[in-house]
Design a protein around this ligand. Sequence first.
Ligand code: SF4
Length: 194
Amino acid sequence: MSGVTNRVTLLHVCCGPCALVPVQTLREQEEEVVGLFTNPNIHGVEEYFKRREAVLQAAQNLDFPVICLDAEYDPRLFFQVVHGREDHRCPACYRLRLERAFAYAKEHGFSSVSTTLLYSIYQDRNAIVAIGRELADQTGIRFLDRDFRSGWQAGIDLSREWGLYRQSYCGCLYSELERRRKKLNRLADSSSPA
Ligand code: SF4
């Protein structure tokens, strides 16, 4: 896609369910939306495919174009940027994905960038907004720091109604480990000698 002009927002999309409310909201605000799926944080290639499929399903149901940078999917990029700060890794993870979105927007003539990360009540909105504004200053592309979180439950309901794949952890290896930690501890307790 090249030569996109005027009011077209490149929306970084982390997964299908999180895309629904941002796409609907931006359109209500008369922004045209193109999705960009670029998420090297996702742990597991199968998991990548599941989330990608859900994004395409959301795009089909809401009728918006989506670009998947599949050839660039490489979790080593994620591990490089969080190395040494694994316990405070999320801002580096946001930056990695937003930098790619802004670079893509610049290359292809989009007027603004936003992200579905601003929909999640579990993400650090202040950190996302600060990074987005910094990249906007650097590139001259607007960052739409809309707050999509009021649509949290509506997005969940719609994703369930449409049968979209809903992941059970944020994305990276560490978030999956955190989710499974209780079970790992239980197993360790039950298998330790009395
Ligand atoms: S928990 Fe989520 S936002 Fe934080 S580093 Fe992992 S995938 Fe990225």
